[in-house]
Design a protein around this ligand. Sequence first.
Ligand code: GLN
Length: 495
Amino acid sequence: MTNLTDLTIASALDGLKNKEFSATELTTAHITAMENARDLNCFITETPEIALKQAEAADVRYANGTNLALDGIPIGMKDLFCTDGTQTTAASHILEGFIPQYESTVSGKLWDAGCTMLGKLNLDEFAMGSANTTSYFGNVINPWKDDSGKDLAPGGSSGGSSAALAARLCLGATGTDTGGSIRQPAAFTGICGIKPTYGRCSRWGVVAFASSLDQAGAMARTVEDCAIMLNTMCGHDGRDSTSSTREVPDFTKALEGDLKGKKIGIPKEYRVDGMPEEIEKIWSQGMEWLKNQGAEIVDVSLPHTQYALPTYYIIAPAECSSNLARYDGIRYGLRETGDDLRDLYELTRATGFGKEVQRRIMIGTYVLSAGYYDAYYLKAQKIRRLITQDFDNAFEQVDALLTPTAPSSAFALGENEDDPIKMYLNDVFTVPTSLAGLPGMSVPAGLDSKGLPLGLQIIGKAWDEETVLNVARGIERAANFTAKPQILGLKDKAA
Ligand code: GLN
């Protein structure tokens, strides 16, 4: 019997079509895995009854030949996407008990295509973090282990998504990426994750962090699975004014082409000080792999790279302080009682928001305040423009860029916690892409000497996810990454 939790989306769809197993069997296997892996804390809310109802409907469609694009595929939904009738928390105490009466566009598209919802995945509070340690609902544990015996971080903010995929608890998951939250957790857990171009996926119904950067994307165990998910997730939505009207291509077609004559840029500024040798090595290995498949490696320069992190950590908090102003204790979730209205606001926000979120609200309020706006926020916006221009210039010479995804493999939970700057440094390779609104993808490339996964990042031109996927497929083909984490759902362990 096939191990149902170890399938890819593509192979599961084949199996369902060929009646090798039913959607109900496939979903049940994942529900069992999810329940057996509660120690990893991947899910904030489990919704097995919803998943089974959806699976039943999928089975009817398979029986009468009206099956949909993703019919019967069990997925996890990052708990930042509003789901009609199901608690949506953004991993924050302030939203605990909030049950939306509407569905986000992206999650709605996935249900409409037949996916089954296993539950709502854990994340950093309001997607602010790089280790999934800021969640009100507790840390997520990376199913990968090193010799230290310590629990490792699954990356963040989409840490529930990445850990659940690595542990074989779902076949696909949604993520959101504001400065790296799809790509860095993908790298930390040995899975694939793509952040499409800003505007490809609707932000409607996604709890906002930094609106000019937030973008939904796909996480799965193969490049092809990410392409399959994107086909459903992308597309224009009149309810999001920044959503693009461009036609959505069939992203799976992009995987077919070879890499002959493709020019791949290597940005010299990404060779940052103190980068571990192993990261350098996997990067060079990636270049070799692409060269062997006919691509040409070209050195390029992105001269404003060093300003990307400080720029991001002004713009993102600024937008967060404005977006999070709506949580006042009146309209959503938590309400603390105070002596008067002001007291109610203050107590609710002091109790409801965690430390990292409060830190960002304060930084953001400061950089937007009269007298500092020009010095910080406006300046950051100007540098953002220069960073975008750097990419424009590079893309005159090359088709895509290849870089490491993160400057290290997964670190221990608790590490970097007392030093926010050190935590922010984790985003050094992912943030520039976000500031420029470009598509970026992380694909597993190998293991380091500790036996932990390392990812490579492919960055593309705006709206050219196809080249990104094509190059990612080239890396995937050469890397042939088959390693699995030590902790899997009990069902898998027994198998
Ligand atoms: N780690 C980054 C941050 O904390 C990125 C988060 C994200 O992409 N949502 O802001």
